[in-house]
Design a protein around this ligand. Structure first.
Ligand code: AMP
Length: 280
């Protein structure tokens, strides 16, 4: 695996790759890699000749400075995992390589920047669009892989690509879970043994919704899921939402023609967790 820290050296390498007419797939990450990330790398390998992964803990997408400070950064393990997964190129820039000293540009994300994650993490998706736009400009991938785990983020990136008419395809890879159902996340390592068990409530709430969806209205399911989570020890709910999987607007009924998604965010053990499940 080749490793680059600067835009210039990475661009130079990728110019040669493109001259050789090889297809490039890109997997942006913040490191602290787990099987979810590695599945993205494996998927990327099926889509292209060269897989580029970036590890960059992007400060502009953290609205909580403590969360940024506590973000795990086990870089040696990450490098080993990427090598084992057959990743070809790792891009690992410093913050100063990615941002100028006084950079504040924004993009109009419409409702996506108001609802769900955006309403609880103001500025988060502006940070995501900034870094993804910059990374796409540097890597210029043919295809980029993102996880379903961050469902709203995928929608935001779709919008970014549409708005700038970027010549990149997007692939959404299903959420990888622990054997007991907990969605894998870099933040899970911050859970205590008790918190780890309590965190399962998110997955159970989503399963509950999916199991009961033929019998009940979305608003009823949402209320029941919130009640279930509120009664789960150690869990503080931020939101449960049942939405149109295309627009992410709240739905008040299920229809055959429209796919829907249930999304949840909650605090467990001082860690903010999100999860979602496609319903049909
Ligand atoms: P992150 O390092 O958290 O920024 O995530 C990098 C990429 O990995 C994003 O596209 C995430 O959606 C994806 N990802 C994170 N966790 C999972 C998971 N459990 N399953 C699938 N993809 C994931």
């Amino acid at each position: 695996m080749k490793r680059f820290n600067t835009r210039k050296t990475l661009r130079h390498h990728l110019q040669q790759v493109r001259k050789d007419r090889l297809r490039v797939a890109f997997v942006p990450t913040m490191g602290a890699l787990h099987q979810g990330h590695i599945t993205l790398i494996h998927h990327a390998r099926t889509l292209a000749d060269v897989v580029v992964c970036s590890i960059f803990v992007n400060p502009t997408q953290f609205n909580d400075p403590e969360d940024l400070k506590k973000y795990p950064r086990p870089i040696d393990t990450d490098i080993r995992l990427l090598q084992e997964a057959g990743c070809h190129v790792l891009f690992q820039p410093e913050v100063s390589e990615m941002y100028g000293p006084d950079e504040h540009w924004h993009m109009d994300l419409g409702r996506l920047d108001e609802i769900l994650e955006a309403s609880h993490r103001p500025g988060h998706f502006q940070g995501v669009t900034q870094v993804v736009k910059k990374l796409f400009d540097i890597v210029q991938p043919d295809i980029a892989c993102f996880g379903q785990k961050d469902f709203q983020q995928f929608k935001v990136v779709e919008r970014l690509v549409a708005q700038f008419q970027l010549p990149v395809k997007l692939a959404m890879v299903p959420t990888v879970r622990e054997p007991d159902g907990l969605a894998m996340s870099s933040r899970n390592v911050r859970l205590s043994a008790t918190g780890r068990q309590q965190a399962l409530a998110l997955y159970r709430a989503l399963l509950w919704i999916k199991t009961d969806m033929t019998a009940k209205a979305p608003s009823t399911l949402r209320e029941e899921a919130i009640r279930f989570l509120e009664s789960s020890p150690g869990v503080q709910v931020e939101y449960v939402a049942l939405c149109d999987a295309q627009t992410l607007e709240t739905i008040d009924e299920f229809t055959e023609t429209r796919s829907s998604v249930a999304l949840v965010a909650a605090w467990v053990d001082g860690v903010r967790l999100i999860d979602n499940m496609l319903l049909n």
